[in-house]
Write a new protein. Sequence first.
Length: 69
Amino acid sequence: MLPRELKRRADERARRRGVSLGELVRESLTAYLTEPASAQDSLLSDRAVCRRRAPKDLAADHDRYLYDE
């Protein structure tokens, strides 16, 4: 289910922490899923860069937002 290298790294981290791989995965998922979505994207969570909600068409029309005056 996991790519070989990712599993190796996760196994190593779990071993160093003294927990099972399952426990590491549960803790990681819990932490990831409890963060607000904006906290997961450092660009959008930086109020110096983005002071308002992103437009709904930002993904489709990003060039317009970046380059139009």
